[in-house]
Design a binder for this molecule. Structure first.
Ligand SMILES: NC(=O)c1ccc[n+]([C@@H]2O[C@H](COP(=O)([O-])OP(=O)(O)OC[C@H]3O[C@@H](n4cnc5c(N)ncnc54)[C@H](O)[C@@H]3O)[C@@H](O)[C@H]2O)c1
Ligand SMILES: O=C(O)C[C@H](O)C(=O)O
Length: 356
């Protein structure tokens, strides 16, 4: 069995792969830092991905490395971040990539970040609900948010880890406890529901999905995912059969992927795509771009629940305005009542996890 000192030596060898490229060159290949002409990171935003070596984390890291708004990209995980970091750092795009491995490096990973994206945690297997992930993922999200509260309390947080309906309330409670909670800066990522809804609606109507925009409100699990088909842009009409089909497919899109992957996880590639679109919108908001509206699960007064997903306006301080739901038809009103019932329990479960 490996001794503790061997393990420490091995970890320190691994950690050397995680240093910024200029430091690594100084140690290893004979080219000293003084010989390098790199001027350091260009202006832009500093982004950390927590869970960067995972199924979502890896493609998300690759796509964020391609985002011209990102100047520094920190990749943190409890396994395999050295390899992912080395790999991604060779992409000839502007962002400087640094890797961080294990709890001891969490604070360095987070210090100075403008945006933290969290896809850390276990995914579903067939037969599981997202709530079945609570016992493992709640603790992971708690620890990571404690790090955020300490090291980058002003960062925007994009929370992907499931069950989102509970992990966002957990994050809020951790930040409240630390005295750093700003509801404008905490966003549960429900963009994949919108991406799916756009795709499925376009398929039914014979449109290009890039021209379709479906608001999806409520939360991110089963009946809490409520597509507002009466508010689709461009305006269009559906038969009752189409509404049933689309609502069911959008609500169960995640399960469709979990079953197709047969035990090998849940949506990763479409999620990375959705997360990058959402993170890019947050960064454009931070930059001061006007008119950026996305659906997200946020602190809200749109219903009697403390958190709810709806359209939000993004800006320099994060969520600058939470939009009302707009007119709902009878089908959507019934769906809303079902969604609220399940959401209330999931939110309370998250809150109690921290307050217990
Ligand atoms: N919000 C959404 O729409 C959405 C969509 C898809 C998946 N998800 C959720 O995202 C999560 C990740 O999914 P995945 O497919 O990438 O899973 P995965 O198992 O492939 O990757 C998760 C990564 O998290 C890492 N991790 C575990 N504990 C950690 C910790 N304490 N700190 C940092 N990293 C840690 C793991 O090492 C792993 O690399 C799951 O909870 C899944 O349900 C959410
Ligand atoms: O379905 C899952 O478990 C993952 C994710 O929430 C999804 O919607 O794809």
């Amino acid at each position: 069995m490996e001794s503790v000192s061997d393990a420490n030596r091995r970890i320190s060898r691994i950690s050397s792969h995680l240093l910024p490229p200029n430091l690594k060159m100084e140690e290893g290949c004979g080219l000293r830092r003084a010989n390098c002409r790199a001027k350091g990171a260009a202006p832009g935003f500093k982004v950390a991905i927590l869970g960067a070596a995972g199924g979502i984390g890896q493609p998300l890291a690759m796509l964020m490395k391609m985002n011209p708004l990102v100047s520094v990209l920190h990749l943190y995980d409890v396994i395999n971040s050295p390899g992912v970091t080395a790999d991604i750092s060779h992409m000839d795009t502007g962002a400087v990539v640094r890797g961080f491995l294990g709890q001891a490096q969490l604070e360095d990973a987070l210090t100075g970040m403008d945006l933290v994206i969290i896809p850390a945690g276990v995914p579903r297997k067939p037969g599981m609900t997202r709530d079945d992930l609570f016992n493992i993922n709640a603790g992971i999200v708690k620890t990571l948010c404690e790090g955020i509260a300490k090291c980058c309390p002003n960062a925007i947080v994009n929370l992907i880890s499931n069950p989102v309906n509970s992990t966002v309330p957990i994050a809020a409670e951790v930040f409240k406890k630390a005295g750093t909670y700003d509801p404008k800066r905490l966003l549960g990522v429900t963009k994949l529901d919108v991406v799916r809804a756009n795709t499925f609606v376009a398929e039914v109507l014979g449109l290009d999905p890039r021209d379709v925009n479906v608001p999806v409100v409520g939360g991110h699990a089963g009946v809490t995912i409520l597509p507002l088909l009466s508010q689709v842009k461009p305006p269009c009409s559906f038969t009752a059969k189409e509404i049933d089909y689309l609502t069911d497919r959008i609500q169960n899109g995640g399960t469709e992927v979990v079953e197709a992957k047969s035990g090998a996880g849940s949506a990763t590639l479409s999620m990375a795509y959705a997360a990058v679109k959402f993170a890019d919108a947050c960064l454009r908001g931070l930059r001061g771009d006007a008119g950026i509206v996305e659906c997200a699960f946020v602190a809200s007064q749109v219903t009697e629940l403390p958190f709810f997903a709806s359209k939000v306006q993004l800006g320099r301080s994060g969520v600058e305005e939470v939009h009302p739901l707009g007119p709902l038809n009878e089908y959507e009103r019934v769906g809303l009542e079902k969604a609220k019932k399940e959401l209330a329990a999931s939110i309370q479960k998250g809150v109690s996890f921290i307050r217990k």
